[in-house]
Design a protein around this ligand. Structure first.
Ligand SMILES: NC(=O)CCC(=O)C(=O)O
Length: 297
């Protein structure tokens, strides 16, 4: 079996408390990223919409322009803040997500930026599946009223370690995306996210464990801290699952950083013991990629 993870990597998930003041959010994120790095983290993750409150009313107000890349500091203060946090901390940094305005299409996106320890942009992921749900009496949310979806799966190589995938929050509910990333050799699937207090208790941990169990990879979910004064109450509970779907570390609801060491042997041992990755019978399963399957008697 090829080594998916060449050497252990210390992962840190920063469950950040963000508010309305973008420059404060950026400097606060910096202090937490540097603190995580000082505790040995090599791969650091921030939450969805880490530079702003989360909500449709906020996306246009906080949106930054990332294209053409690299943007100027006035086009995207968050891009430059993240690049220098990565450089200063000498760690890989998955910069949660930020609201983005594409100047060519005039469309808004929910976008994650990943940087190398040298501060170079490695990848950009635009949330593919927009968070549109309606649970009567509990929560109605329609990201698609403001945002447009991205159209690509985001996989990036960390040369000393291996390959990871980045997707954002609601993207985790689509197991096909996780399966493609795992079958392309990712050792970890990283999801900056912001579940809420209705769906979080039901599904957040379950989704993380399910994606880890199905694919026998590490899965990390990084939430904002819960703020009951905000219009959207994030669930919190940032967590890391191992390739056997065990939860290695989990935050509470307040601001907190959780750490976990990821090791290639754990992936090998999960796949050696339960070899579903080589036992799949693709010739038996109908192709669901083009829409619903017709069931023949
Ligand atoms: N920000 C999001 O995509 C929230 C997703 C969510 O809460 C869910 O239940 O799914």
């Amino acid at each position: 079996m090829a080594d998916l993870l060449k050497k252990p990597v210390k992962l840190a998930l920063i469950q950040l408390a963000s508010g309305a003041d973008k420059s404060h959010n950026l400097s606060h994120a910096r202090s937490k990223v540097l603190a995580a790095a000082s505790q040995g983290a090599n791969l650091i993750v921030l939450p969805e919409c880490f530079n702003s409150p989360y909500g449709c009313d906020y996306f246009p107000q906080y949106a930054e322009t990332l294209l053409p890349s690299p943007p100027t500091a006035s086009q995207s203060p968050s891009f430059h803040a993240l690049a220098s946090m990565a450089r200063e901390s000498k760690a890989y940094l998955i910069g949660g997500s930020i609201p983005e305005l594409d100047p060519a299409t005039k469309k808004y996106h929910n976008t994650s930026l990943a940087f190398s320890p040298q501060g170079t942009l490695l990848a950009t992921h635009r949330k593919i599946h927009l968070f549109d749900i309606d649970i009567p009496g509990r929560i109605t949310f329609r990201e698609s009223e403001i945002l447009s979806p991205g159209n690509k799966i985001t996989i990036l190589d960390l040369p000393e370690y291996g390959r990871i995938a980045i997707a954002i929050c609601y993207d985790i509910r689509f197991p096909e995306l996780a399966m493609v990333a795992a079958r392309k050799g990712c050792f970890a699937l990283i999801y900056p996210g912001a579940f809420n207090t209705t769906t979080g208790p039901l599904h957040w941990r379950l989704q993380g464990q399910a994606r880890a169990m199905d694919n026998q990879v590490y899965v990390a979910l990084c939430s904002p801290a819960r703020d009951l004064r905000a219009s959207y109450h994030a669930y919190g509970h940032s967590l890391v699952c191992d390739p056997m779907a065990k939860v290695l570390a989990e935050a509470g609801e307040s601001e907190e950083t959780v750490f976990a060491e990821l090791r290639g042997e754990e992936i090998e041992s999960a796949r050696g013991g339960i070899p579903i990755d080589t036992q799949r019978r693709f010739e038996v399963y109908p192709d669901v990629s083009q829409g619903p399957c017709k069931f023949e008697e």
